[in-house]
Design a protein around this ligand. Sequence first.
Ligand SMILES: Cc1cc2nc3c(=O)[nH]c(=O)nc-3n(C[C@H](O)[C@H](O)[C@H](O)COP(=O)(O)OP(=O)(O)OC[C@H]3O[C@@H](n4cnc5c(N)ncnc54)[C@H](O)[C@@H]3O)c2cc1C
Length: 475
Amino acid sequence: MTSAIVMGGGLAGLLTAKALTGHVDSVTVIEGDHYPDTPSPRRGLPQGYQNHMLMGGGADAIEALLPGTLDRLQAAGAHRRGMGDGLLMLSSEGWYRRFAGAPYVIACTRPLLDHVVRAQALTDPRLTVVTDTKVLGLTGDAHRATGVECEDADGTPRTIEADFVVDATGRRSKAPQWLAALGVPQVEEKTVDAGLGYAGRKYRAPEGAGADFPGILIQAEPNTGEPGRGAALMPQENGEWIVALMGTRGAAPPNDEDGFNAYARGLRHPIVAELIERATPAGPIRSARALANRRRFYEKLPLPEGFLVVGDAVAVLSPNYATGMSAAAKAAVALRDALAAGGLRAGLGREVQAEIAEIIAAPWQSAVVNDSGFPGVESDVQVRGLAFQHRIAARMSRIAAENPAVANAFYSIASLAARQKEAMGLPVLLAALRGAKKRPLSAQEAIAQFPELGGLLDRAPAHSGSEAGRRLVTE
Ligand SMILES: Cc1cc2nc3c(=O)[nH]c(=O)nc-3n(C[C@H](O)[C@H](O)[C@H](O)COP(=O)(O)OP(=O)(O)OC[C@H]3O[C@@H](n4cnc5c(N)ncnc54)[C@H](O)[C@@H]3O)c2cc1C
């Protein structure tokens, strides 16, 4: 009888557990929190209140592990948006033209996403979840992990043995300390902190905002010498929108009613402020801070046999780029494929840890390069040729704003649907050489590309939202 333990039953933990089923006789997920019965926020997932966009590459990976998940999500009200034709985007280089293309995102609340993934995963009878049980450490030695020490809700300590142990406890993972206690050297860690702050709020969408209402993204501009300020407005289930305001060091968005609205209005274009004036607040404004990029290089360690680290426990990627869940889902697929190729075996953990490092490399690099362009960034990563990389990124983004081949290549990479070398074919390289040819779109032209906005912006705001909002802020 072989067994595996997955520490942490969030998105990465459940997907990893599913990847293990069929290759070990029993898979047990140990989760410190209590799962809600409905798609609701929970204590162990504080980021669940904030906007979460699931990139297409991650959605495909989830679907590969848990077939039927995307249909269930859409049946529960999640929206699928083409990145080129379902998102109105103001980048640092201007408004993007609307293009059809394969890359896509899934928009819904994080609680709904987790609820559906959990329901799908737990239909597998080979997978058991033990909730309200906190992992305290690992058992074994520097050569082999043999299980975990944990504590039940009533404080009863327990040791559970396993042949394979996975850390999926997220950004607060204590794996560096747990490994050190077994005699494993300290893991190398790098942090790039642009001082990003979020403020997020749900709204009831106004009448006239149809089911195909586009997502709206205003990207924070690096390299201006000023803090970056951006916003996202995404349709969610139940006729709601979520609005995320985001700002880098020195411009964290406030969570009071007037400050929130003023921040949205002060962005490079006030479209988000104008839309929320026409919507009704459906919850308090919630902040999120401490959103630095952090990478732990476990693939460089002599990890004990039978041990693997996945999800945010390996790499916390700035939420600004919406890649954390997708990287975690792709890592679970990598584990599934490695198991399919040779089963549970010596060296499996290290082999998959190296593949996870490859999956993370591109989104990490792109987040690090972009975030290094904001003032006051605190970083222990030396980026070679940073100014040159920023110039290339800006040039490509300017071309992507007008060229469908380049835009779709960009979107494929950003959504983790393709690696750079797969996405950058000859037409893209030729377009890059030719450079931008068209005049940038005006805001009016860009917005007019989306009749799905339903003429909302032409209507007078029904109310400022302030009174309803003030009541909610003080809840
Ligand atoms: C503000 C914000 C916005 C974001 N937006 C996006 C986005 O748009 N798109 C995107 O892809 N990603 C986004 N992310 C990142 C995303 O939230 C993470 O990448 C994702 O949740 C990682 O999944 P995980 O399972 O590794 O960790 P988590 O989802 O954090 O799950 C960890 C689990 O481990 C449990 N746990 C922790 N410690 C213990 C313990 N000792 N014992 C037992 N259980 C334990 C927790 O209760 C939890 O259930 C955002 C993050 C933030 C903070």
